[in-house]
Design a protein around this ligand. Structure first.
Ligand SMILES: C[C@@H]1O[C@H](O)[C@@H](O)[C@H](O)[C@@H]1O
Length: 144
């Protein structure tokens, strides 16, 4: 255990978050997401919701303020305008925790997979709600 570090973040996840640089992207994925097919590092937090993981990650990792869309979720197949409850929760977490909150943008399902393939890593959670996937782009911590 560590002081000031959310206990759900495992040693390998802490290593990855620290190794990521400005503009690198992380996928926080639900339990149905084809994480191992994305070709990047997969870390697992089975049994933990994607919303808890997003909250924990954003307590440590700044969201990028250099781009208009530092966070993306997956569009509902057949209803691109739908906003699932979990996406509303993701937005609330970003609004509460990010230094530079931004509205979440969306990607069509297969465009989301293509974007995920370029990401630094995936954290596969135990999230059982469909469309519980979010890609977050790491920002910078300026000098004090
Ligand atoms: C259609 C969508 O495919 C994705 O890969 C899943 O992660 C979502 O929950 C949903 O089932």
């Amino acid at each position: 255990m560590l002081r000031n570090i959310p206990a759900i973040l495992s040693p390998d996840i802490l290593h990855t978050l620290r190794a990521m640089g400005h503009g690198d992207e992380l996928v926080i994925a639900d339990a149905n997401f084809p994480a191992y097919s994305m070709g990047c590092e997969v870390m697992r937090l089975d049994g933990i919701s994607a919303t808890k993981v997003l909250e924990a990650v954003l307590t440590l990792m700044p969201l990028d303020s250099f781009v208009p869309d530092p966070a993306h979720t997956m569009q509902v197949v057949g209803d691109a305008e739908a906003v699932p409850e979990i996406v509303k929760e993701f937005q609330g977490i970003i609004d509460r925790t990010a230094d530079h909150p931004a509205p979440i943008a969306t990607l069509e399902r297969f465009a989301f997979y293509e974007r995920a393939k370029t990401c630094f890593a995936v954290i596969q959670t135990g999230e059982s709600r469909l469309y519980g996937n979010i890609i977050v782009k790491k920002g910078v911590i300026p000098p004090k």
